[in-house]
Design a protein around this ligand. Structure first.
Ligand code: MN
Length: 128
């Protein structure tokens, strides 16, 4: 089963995204803060990562940069979760190495399609 790492400190959001991923046949591992997220990103070798930006310890930006620094052989898709109020951060996120982003609040009807589109486009780009 394909494994997804969810880095999110808000339990309601984590439960919702986890529920949707499970329903679509993914296995999940959860990190409730940035440091644990970084550790699991390296240890668990996930298919892709869902990353909240506002975390209790280090920011999602920092997690993003540290994961990118740690990678040697492949580039894991990292999908940031941003709220509408943070739309100014999106350019910054993409420059920092994030693959794409989804909006909070999560829309259960459309989020899986968005994730699959981001991951699919990422695969096309690296195979080019
Ligand atoms: Mn948060």
């Amino acid at each position: 089963m394909k494994k997804v790492l969810v880095i999110e400190d808000n339990e309601d959001n984590m439960c919702l995204i986890t529920f949707i991923l499970h329903k679509n046949g993914y296995e999940t591992v959860w990190a409730e803060n940035g440091k644990k997220g970084l550790e699991l990103a390296i240890k668990e070798n996930p298919e892709f990562i869902i990353l909240d930006i506002q975390l209790p310890d280090i920011s999602g930006f920092e997690v993003l940069a540290l994961i990118r620094q740690s990678e040697k052989h492949h580039i894991v898709p990292i999908i940031a979760m941003t709220s509408y109020a943070m739309s100014g951060d999106r350019e910054k996120l993409l420059r920092a190495g994030c693959t794409g982003y989804i909006e909070k609040p999560i829309d259960p009807e459309t989020v899986m399609g968005e994730i699959q589109r981001i991951v699919g486009e990422h695969r096309e780009n690296i195979n080019r």
